[in-house]
Design a protein around this ligand. Sequence first.
Ligand code: GDD
Length: 431
Amino acid sequence: MAGGYAPLMRPLGYCRRMRLEQSHRTERFGAVRIHELQRVLQLDSGDATGSTSEGIVSQAAMRAIERQMVIVIPCMNETRRVIEGVLSGIPHDCLIVLVSNSARHPVDRYDMEAQTLEQHCRATERPAVMVHQRDPGLAAAFKAAGMPELIDDAGLVRAGKGEAMLIGMAVAALTGRKYIGYIDADNYVPGAVHEYVKVYAAGLHLAANPYAMVRISWHSKPKLRDGRLFFSRRGRSSEITNEFLNRLVAEYSGFGTEVIATGNAGEHALSLDLGLRMRLAGGFAVEPFEFVELFEQFGGILDTAHPEVMTSSVPVLQVETRNPHFHDNKGEDHVQGMRMQALNVLYHSPVSLPPVRQAILDFMVAQQALAPGEEPPRERIYPPVGSLDLDLLRDVLESEAGTFRQLGTRSLVAQPRSRPEWPEHHVVVSG
Ligand code: GDD
């Protein structure tokens, strides 16, 4: 290139940065530190000098996390074009793991997803892993590795988003990477997907803690109302879940709070050091239960199996992103189901105090979701993925699961990470 252009060129090692609002206030629940919602101030703050203490995270720091991150995409019967868009938004260095529960008959939608992912990986020279949730070989792998609770009467892994997330976490543990993030397959805006993952990386870097979690609160959801676009600020399910989670926290502190803004956050990321120690709930109870599980295990109220986490603390960052969250609308019944699953896990938690439980009952009865005098049903709660025999899981998965595909590489799952120290299985409640 002509020498005259040199001053315009970026110096070697030039880094673009993301700038998040600083988080000044946190609410503590034992070792869990919930940070107040912080906004993305700039998706790209250019050359801005500044440090992490000012919320600025360099491209190099984000890439270091992305190289260690697995992005799990739970997918059930979403359209090919939308899936393609989602894949295009995931930063190149992240490893994609697609967990599908899509129909195989009369049209094999999983096969279509496999083609889409294969083409993406070939064109972009990146690897990926995929598996079908209802593959008998996957069920055999979980059974052999020590999680029979995940298997239904048909001998297959249960359907459900939480179950898909658990499978994704187990596969992530097999890759030896350090972080896991979740992205729904029905997101229409690749730019939003991209922003979520960048925020995961920036947040996990800022948290600077081996047991960290980052949860997304999207800025707005566009809807058509009377022929006009309306940008709604809150999710219909999140509003309720957040309200009761905040009540649960306030009941202990004696002070009202609105700190929890991401009770239902489908988009979130965490370190596997934390994730492998956590029990996960089935279905759509999965995200609200993550808060409940942190309170139960690390809230200082019940005994913990992991004193090392108690001494380190568990930061939970909540970040409001800039892109609109534009996804498939699955209807009012679906949202009501999600709300109730969240309230079921809150109601049955041993850290939920009587006034909160009563308020949940009153709400459910008022919603006609429960008859007076009835108890809310229990959701399925699975043991931590870290309690599995990961070597056995990998062996059975590779030998028996026909839908388990490792694209663009011979074996991505060759080096399972060492599992956390395990005293005893936690109590497992299933409904
Ligand atoms: N593999 C698998 N198995 N994927 C599933 C399953 C399942 O049983 N059920 C749903 N999915 C996939 C969907 O294809 C989609 O990509 C994603 O999981 C989310 O499911 P949706 O049914 O589209 O949920 P939603 O968009 O209404 O709700 C989302 O946002 C909520 C917060 O607003 C979900 O992420 C919720 O978990 C979240 O609480």
